[in-house]
Design a protein. Structure first.
Length: 326
């Protein structure tokens, strides 16, 4: 019986010729533990020697002709992992921000059967309060903390870091995961797996920031926040539509009811709607709008059940293909 655990380490890379060789060379050797690591570099349209250096170091390389975004690279890596029948999927950045040796820490809860998905936590290293890593910009740290609270509240999780690019998942999580965003994958992955009742965990790790290095994903803070919020809202809308549309409906409903109550009181006291007829018409419009949004939420909730059934069939098909290939 073959007890070897196959782990694929996916490294999305865009113009990382200065660091890619060191990232690959620092991968831990876990063969003595019965773990086989395979490095896969997703070259996202680099015009330098990233792909060449990665191949020289023995990594498998998939290259995009043009830059297609981190989310697309992640999805390509995930598909490669499923096609190769790997047991564990690890994603790590190519800029040496994370130490490849910490892959051991990340996959341990999965090997022990304690989690389906594990993300690296850059901020909680044995302290009660999140701590900003050395050289991490204060604005970026603040933004990460706000995003962590938002995603945790939506997903019902208690993760210490939802934006980390260093994460691992088992085959069950790989088979269940369905993503649509091409810009990034970090938050959508957590929301998708949390809504599907996967076991999510965060593990404290060390992280190194380079003051002179600019992020290729969050180089424009407003663009990054805008794209990320769009993905989060889309995922929330797709998995909890009645709650989503209920929140949208609450403002016009409350305001419309308040206006109608005002009109009713005014009519009872004066016997006439004048001079506030416009308030009555506005109240009717807002109340109707709120009801329509609630109906849309109700119908969308029915469609979610249909979509989740379709995703379940997709999951079973993926699992069947895995069994045929094994």
């Amino acid at each position: 019986m073959n007890n070897i655990v196959k782990v694929i380490v996916v490294i999305p890379a865009y113009k990382e010729e200065k660091t890619i060789r060191e990232v690959i060379s620092r991968m831990p050797d876990l063969r003595s533990r019965g773990i086989q690591l395979t490095s896969l570099v997703l070259d996202d349209g680099s015009d330098d020697r990233t792909a060449e250096y990665a191949r020289e170091c023995g990594a498998v390389v998939i290259s995009h002709i043009t830059n297609q975004g981190l989310g697309k690279s992640f999805q390509d890596g995930l598909q490669h992992a499923l096609d190769g029948n790997f047991d564990i999927f690890v994603n790590i950045d190519a800029d040496l921000q994370y130490n490849p040796a910490d892959i051991t820490k990340l996959i341990q809860p999965i090997l022990e059967g304690k989690a389906d998905f594990v993300t690296a936590d850059r901020f909680n290293r044995g302290t009660s309060q999140p701590k900003r890593p050395t050289d991490m910009p204060k604005a970026k740290f603040w933004g990460n903390q706000r995003m962590t609270k938002l995603v945790n509240s939506l997903a019902g999780t208690k993760l210490g870091d939802v934006s980390s690019g260093f994460r691992a998942m088992n085959k069950e999580a790989m088979l269940n995961l369905n993503l649509t965003g091409k810009f990034t994958y970090t938050h959508e992955t957590i929301l998708d797996l949390a809504f599907k009742k996967m076991r999510l965990l965060s593990v404290p790790i060390e992280v190194k920031y380079y003051p002179d290095r600019k992020s290729k994903v969050a180089h424009n803070l407003f663009h990054y926040v805008n794209q990320t919020l769009r993905i989060i809202l889309k995922a929330f809308r797709d998995y909890k539509p009645f709650y989503f549309f209920g929140l949208l409906a609450s403002f016009p409903l409350i305001l419309g009811i308040a206006m109608l109550i005002f009109m009713l009181i005014h009519y009872i006291m004066t016997g006439d709607f004048t001079p506030y007829k416009f308030i009555g018409f506005t109240g009717i419009y807002l109340f109707s709008l709120g009801i329509i949004l609630l109906i849309i939420g109700f119908l969308a909730d029915i469609l979610v059940g249909i979509r989740l059934t379709a995703e379940k069939h997709l999951y079973l098909q993926k699992k069947l293909m895995q069994r045929k290939d094994s």
